[in-house]
Design a binder for this molecule. Structure first.
Ligand code: NDP
Ligand code: 8X3
Length: 251
């Protein structure tokens, strides 16, 4: 049985991806900071798909916590075939000059440093096995920059550079490195971005049908079900009503 580790599974894409991978027959390591949500997902996966699940509750911004959790995995979960670097967030959408450093640091620490900490811990096992697959969840914000996007876009540009860099350095070890670059999707993303303001979060999707977490799980499923000689580099996926990061057609 293959093993997948997915970061940020307490909501949104990560939750849906964990469910999808379990459906595909993977045993899954699910992670996030909200313990109750991890516990309820673990229960749901076990009931629906009868695969082994390991829940690890930690903050990807804390390298010590990453190490404590990932260096002492039970032996049956140690051979990780698939890593999905999904945990991430946007904090704030104000112009650069009106934004605050705490938000900047939160995004850089989670989206970039968290991805580095986790990858550094998992890649040695993949090199040992001379196989493995890493899927980084990027964004169309990694391709284009939009007003108020500054640091969030910078972190996703960094994710894209890291995806390419890892692909170059890991190719000789038989490790595939892919990314998914979604546009607007309705998850807890906007609620987090607007610091819990539900009204502002709802307005982001006003007049259009955004992507759903299932759409991202579909892309992930396509990537991981290709034959071993095929590596999907990136899947860009937008809602039909969103042309790019700043042009949408709202009814
Ligand atoms: P959600 O807010 O619904 O999910 C984010 C997940 O990341 C949660 O499970 C959260 O868990 C986890 N997370 C956040 N910070 C940390 C942390 N410090 N340590 C551990 N886990 C953390 O958002 P999405 O599902 O939409 O976002 C998932 C990824 O997709 C992100 O990287 C985002 O940038 C990207 N993305 C989102 C798009 C969108 O429009 N929704 C579009 C393009 C990309 P917990 O809070 O329990 O720790
Ligand atoms: C989230 C998509 O367009 O809000 O990564 O930046 S967008």
């Amino acid at each position: 049985m293959k093993t997948a580790l997915i970061t940020g599974t307490t909501s949104g894409f990560g939750r849906e991806i964990a469910l999808r991978l379990a459906k595909l027959g993977y045993q899954v390591i699910i992670t996030g900071r909200r313990k109750e949500l991890l516990e309820s997902l673990e229960k749901e996966i076990k009931e629906k798909y009868s695969v082994p699940v390991l829940s690890l509750c930690f903050d990807v911004r804390n390298n010590q916590q990453c190490k404590e959790n990932l260096e002492s995995l039970p032996s049956e979960f140690q051979n990780i075939d698939l890593l999905v670097n999904n945990a991430g967030l946007a904090a704030g959408a104000s112009p650069f000059n009106e934004s605050n450093l705490d938000d900047f640091e939160r995004m850089i620490d989670t989206n970039v440093k968290g991805l580095l900490y986790i990858s550094k811990l998992i890649i040695p096992g993949m090199i040992k096995n001379q196989s493995g697959h890493i899927v980084n969840i990027s964004s169309i914000a990694g391709i284009e920059v939009y007003p108020g996007g500054h640091v969030y876009c910078a972190t996703k540009h960094a994710v894209n550079a890291l995806t390419k860099g890892m692909r170059i350095d890991l190719v000789k070890h038989g490790i595939r490195v892919s990314s998914i670059s979604p546009g607007m999707a309705e998850t807890e993303f906007s609620l987090v971005r607007y610091h819990g303001d539900a009204e502002k979060a709802k307005n982001v999707y006003k007049g259009l049908e955004p992507l759903h977490a299932e759409d991202i799980a579909d892309a992930l499923e396509f990537i991981v079900t290709r034959p071993p000689h095929v590596m999907i580099n990136d899947i860009q996926i937008n809602p039909t009503q969103q042309a790019n990061t700043y042009i949408s057609h709202r009814k």
